[in-house]
Design a protein around this ligand. Structure first.
Ligand SMILES: *[C@@H]1O[C@H](CO)[C@@H](O)[C@H](O)[C@H]1NC(C)=O
Length: 164
């Protein structure tokens, strides 16, 4: 009898340990460390931000087809074109104006800030589009600009079989 209780206790504590582990995993997933950016999601964010115009250059405090700010680029880990050092004066603008480097910047930003903005229990491209526009700390409550929002949803509709 005592033995049975011990076994049950052991099973219960194993179960509890597993449950705690699963909770942490789920939290991490909701905080987004595991969002895998796909090309369609990236492309639709590019469409929304600028019509994916790779020649827009820098306007005000944003550069390139994804309209990336210096702060966003820095938070993304300061990726650079080729072997350019991140300390170079043009590292940020060169990267943000380069479609590939800018895409890596978005991925880097999302590695850090992807999250379940709309509270539907998973991280999808809809959340990523919100984080891209509203940043890592206001994507749940912030409002998207109409043009950005429409550009994003029009693009997504063109790819009904895309990964969520
Ligand atoms: C891209 O942006 C540039 C600079 O604003 C503009 O001159 C050009 O017409 C745009 N290209 C397209 C395809 O919209």
């Amino acid at each position: 009898m005592a033995c049975n209780k011990l076994i049950i206790g052991a099973i219960l504590s194993l179960f509890c340990a597993y449950y705690a582990y699963a909770q942490v995993q789920q939290q991490q997933q909701q905080q987004g460390q595991t969002y895998q950016m796909d090309q369609i999601c990236l492309g639709c964010i590019c469409e929304a931000a600028s019509g994916c115009n790779t020649t827009v250059g820098c306007v005000g405090d944003v550069c390139g087809p994804f309209r990336i700010t210096w702060g966003y680029w820095a938070d993304a880990g300061k990726p650079t074109v080729g072997n350019q050092p991140a300390t170079s004066n043009t590292a940020y603008s060169d990267c943000a104006n380069d479609a590939l480097c800018a895409g890596r910047t978005v991925q880097g930003y999302m590695n850090r800030f992807a999250q379940d903005c709309n509270g539907d229990g998973r991280i999808t491209c809809d959340d990523i589009a919100r984080v891209h526009y509203l940043g890592g700390y206001g994507c749940s409550t912030g409002q998207l600009e109409k043009k950005y929002e429409a550009g994003y949803y029009n693009c997504r509709q063109a790819f009904p079989n895309a990964a969520p």
